[in-house]
Design a protein around this ligand. Sequence first.
Ligand SMILES: [Zn+2]
Length: 147
Amino acid sequence: MMTKDQFNKYMRDRYATRLDVREYQIGRTLARYHAGHWASVQSQNQELKKEVLTHYGKNGKLQCCWDGCVVDDLDVLSLDHLADDGAEHRKHIGTRIYRWAKSHGFPPVLQTLCMNHQWKKELTRRRSSWYDSNRARKVVPHEFRET
Ligand SMILES: [Zn+2]
């Protein structure tokens, strides 16, 4: 049985002489640091997302804008481009849409939608392109065809 001093010396020597032990310890310290850093970045992003989605939500509340929808869960809400130009817009500003919206004073080109209604809107848009102006059926990819 080692005394406390002996044990401390043993650990010091081990740390000093064993490169792998040292690297392991440094790795653990860095991992803890990064985990903490990551958590704080995540929570900042969540705060920003919440602020922006609240601004664009129904009546300035954190809620989906779809008529009659009451979804208010931050995890399933996201920003929607009113004019369906999301893909084009994202090319210019990347995915930093939340930061962009806030720093540009919340331009009225966005709304908050839940995932279901993002999809519903997209589906509606695709369906509308199934027909031309004479209501004649256009050729569409089979997966979007009504059956
Ligand atoms: Zn909704």
